[in-house]
Design a protein around this ligand. Structure first.
Ligand code: SF4
Length: 64
């Protein structure tokens, strides 16, 4: 079984929201998926800071 790489993941995480899931990508994506959202790493730094993680915001931002 693979060991969790949360510490390494956190170093590459662009999320600026204070959150206990930072670096624990399995919990992060599961949490946002339940809400119809995507994790911070799908968004640019500017988009990420809006804290809008919705799929509709992601699609809209890709059309620019
Ligand atoms: S993307 Fe969401 S769940 Fe993941 S660390 Fe940021 S706020 Fe937490």
């Amino acid at each position: 079984m693979k060991v969790c790489t949360a510490t390494e993941n956190a170093k590459n995480c662009n999320c600026t929201y204070p959150c206990s899931k930072k670096g624990i990508c399995c919990e992060c994506i599961s949490y946002h998926r339940r809400s119809g959202e995507l994790p911070a790493c799908y968004f640019s730094p500017e988009e990420e800071r809006s804290y809008d993680r919705s799929v509709s915001f992601y699609i809209q931002s890709r059309k620019k």
